[in-house]
Design a protein around this ligand. Structure first.
Ligand code: AMP
Length: 113
């Protein structure tokens, strides 16, 4: 999508601090980190949210390979971390391109706000 900020990040049209990339997926540091480690993992192709994530291979790749790899690389796998995908208005999604937040490096609270 031409006006999607995360599509532009995926296509390197706007800069980001990339921590991981492969053919289908890219991960970069959040510009407003909410934890010592705050990385966003996105599919390169435009998918609006979890509700539109029909590509099972891509979903499995992100959840079973990319996120665990980043957690290990960032040194947060052992103590634990949080994976969040906000969906829609009530979910607090502000960028309508699917992204998984990886938050770690501090103790998380529950429930979220
Ligand atoms: P959400 O509110 O779940 O849609 O999360 C969107 C996230 O994208 C927020 O945490 C923002 O800080 C982050 N964000 C917005 N623009 C950028 C950008 N250009 N580079 C990195 N992170 C961004």
């Amino acid at each position: 999508m031409s006006d999607c900020i995360f599509c532009k990040i995926a296509q390197k049209e706007i800069p980001s601090n990339i921590v991981y990339e492969d053919d289908t997926t890219i991960a970069f540091r959040d510009v407003e980190p909410q934890a010592p480690t705050h990385v966003l993992v996105i599919p390169k192709k435009h998918v609006k949210s979890v509700m539109e994530l029909s590509d099972k291979e891509l979903a499995a790749h992100i959840l079973t390979e990319v996120i665990p790899k980043i957690a290990k690389d960032e040194g947060i796998a052992e103590k634990g971390f949080r994976v969040v995908a906000n969906v829609g208005e009530d979910g607090g999604q502000t960028v309508p391109h699917l992204h998984f937040h990886i938050l770690g490096g501090r103790s998380m609270q529950w429930p979220p706000g």
